[in-house]
Write a protein of this length. Structure first.
Length: 133
């Protein structure tokens, strides 16, 4: 599968933390991929999440290939144990993106658990990097 993603100009950025269970599961599943890219359907919100070594991006069902939110600059090395939350920065490309963050963190965890129950990784994917405008 090949997906081309685009970014609008960044509207806002804020520091956040991700629960350890979500971060650990996402990176466990990422490690099982053949090409270092994990596609996570978040069906309850009609979103598609794509995780690679650098960031986790979210595409909504309406704008298809335009990034709505990106989670970047994860700092797992700053935690004292594997059960501590991981700090990161949430980057918003749409004005209403910050409002969905509480639900997105919950639904992402559920989507990762469903993916793991299905046997981990479904199909290989590839992320193409394009320079920011």
């Amino acid at each position: 599968m090949e997906i081309t993603c685009y970014r609008d100009r960044e509207i806002a950025r804020e520091p956040r933390t991700l629960p350890a269970v979500t971060y650990n599961l996402a990176h466990t599943l990422l490690a099982r991929t053949a090409n270092g890219c994990l596609i996570i359907p978040v069906r309850s919100m009609q979103y598609l999440a794509i995780l690679d070594d650098e960031e986790l991006i979210f595409l909504d069902g309406e704008r298809k290939c335009w990034i709505n939110i990106a989670w970047q600059r994860f700092k797992p090395q700053s935690r004292n144990s594997l059960s501590d939350p991981v700090s990161y920065e949430s980057v918003y490309y749409q004005t209403d993106a910050a409002a969905i963050m509480p639900r997105l963190q919950i639904e992402l965890t559920l989507a990762l658990q469903k993916l793991e129950q299905k046997g981990g990784v479904i199909a290989p994917a590839r992320v193409l990097k394009f320079p920011a405008p």
